[in-house]
Write a protein that binds this ligand. Sequence first.
Ligand code: GLV
Length: 331
Amino acid sequence: MKNSINRPRILITHPIFQEGLDRLEQHCDIEYIGDRPAYSPQELLEKLSDKEGALFTPSEKVTSDILQQAKNLKIISNIAVGYNNFDLEAMTQKNIMGTNTPDVLTDTTADLGFALLMATARRMSESERWMRNGQWLKWELGGMLGVDVHHTTLGIMGMGRIGQALAKRALGFDMKIIYHNRTRLSADVESEYQAKYVDKETLLKQADHVILVMPYSPESHHFIGARELELMKPTATLINIARGGIVDDQALASALKNNRIFAAGLDVFEGEPDLISELLQVPNIVLTPHIGSASKMTRYAMMNLAIDNLLAGLHGEKPKNLLNPEAFQRL
Ligand code: GLV
């Protein structure tokens, strides 16, 4: 990698596509993780001590500890829309900008959410396992019965960009839409999606399918636990494409085992990539490994937007997706 005096030094904590590296190499001196295992917090602390910028993913936590020696750091650019891995307050205190990658992944993530909903309602993973096991001997009237998606009620928890993109898809399936959100949407947006605002409890009681698309925060930790699962219909499904930790996975595994709800579709897990063995033991679940935004086009778009944000911050411009404008103003 080239070395010269006026090029900002950056850290890349996760393998990225070659095109992204090529772009960054034109402007920066790069310390790149390559194929080696993830950096430990101690390594991050040391490596950030001489950097001006960094490209992170949700797997790397930004705590005040790892920023202790980051004297020159101006910006950490996250390749993700979610930024619960950032301690934004600690970053702002040190005048370090944080950025994320919204918008470019909205439709791709909504597609995955809808795919997971359909696969869960119609027992697609379970059916495939059963066929692969050679268990399919004849067509049966009562074989692999699922629940319908069309003409049912979809409960969307978190009606931001991805929630609204899900609502758009749901309208095509003649679904009735109810939603819960920290703030109620304007009457115009509600009428665009024919969406009705309800409280959390009403949503859980009335929805045939509950989909979680809200951000993770200490307040949303275990937002769905045993009590909430108890409120849901026994025929309902629960889909989580938001973040691990919003659902109490242990309580969910037990609800699925006891058929308290019909099925679940999960793209995110508490403590991922590890998941509790109880989730692997129940049949009525569809599992995907945090691939909400994982289409080639979208992952390239996320990488490029994260690079745009990083380069803007390093060049003294306000990044498009700045999360803490106070940090920019004080620079
Ligand atoms: C992925 O989970 C993201 O937040 O973009």
